[in-house]
Design a protein around this ligand. Structure first.
Ligand code: ADP
Ligand code: MG
Length: 150
């Protein structure tokens, strides 16, 4: 496990940039499970990934739409063509997540899948390679960000 502490949104963006580089080099799994409290920085971190991927369309929280796809502009040496951002916060029963076909996206070689509130569908992830990123809030502007690959 790697532990980071950021003190500004910009530092969280820089960490997201580093993680994106590792995904593009296929050093870590391209399914990211972002856990931790509301306001922890999960959506902010995902915006940093979008920026690092060169996505110019504003990346907004998918809390109400549950799932949002973004095209990744063509990059040399990158197999990834699509970012899927999903937020399962509003899922009430784990089976409700099945209709979003997240397991298919997770195993798709051209897709980067980012999931906020993955614990709402905990049954999905045990057999899927993933990078777990946990956010906690020790003080108003600090975020402890713990990264583990499974
Ligand atoms: N170091 C930091 N990293 C990320 N966000 C921060 C940081 N400090 C303050 N914030 C603020 O915390 C909030 C995080 O919100 P958000 O990313 O929507 O969280 P979540 O998606 O986990 O609910 C934003 O308003 C952001 O400006
Ligand atoms: Mg969020």
């Amino acid at each position: 496990m790697i532990n980071h502490t950021t003190s500004t949104v910009e530092e969280t963006f820089q960490l997201a940039q580093k993680i994106t580089t590792q995904i593009l080099r296929e050093e870590i799994p391209s399914t990211l499970l972002l856990s931790g409290d509301l306001g922890g920085g999960k959506t902010t971190f995902t915006q940093g990934i979008g920026q690092a991927l060169g996505i110019t369309r504003p990346l907004v929280s998918p809390t109400y739409t549950i799932i949002r796809p973004y095209d990744i502009p063509e990059q040399t040496d990158s197999p990834f063509k699509r970012l899927i951002h999903t937020d399962l916060y509003r899922i009430k029963a784990p089976w409700e997540a099945e209709e979003f076909e997240l397991a298919q996206y997770a195993s798709h070689p051209e897709t980067i899948l980012v999931v906020e509130w993955p614990e709402k569908a905990a049954q999905l992830w045990s057999r899927i390679p993933h990078t777990q990123i946990h956010f906690s809030v020790p003080s108003p502007n600090q975020r402890i960000i713990q990264i583990t690959s499974h």
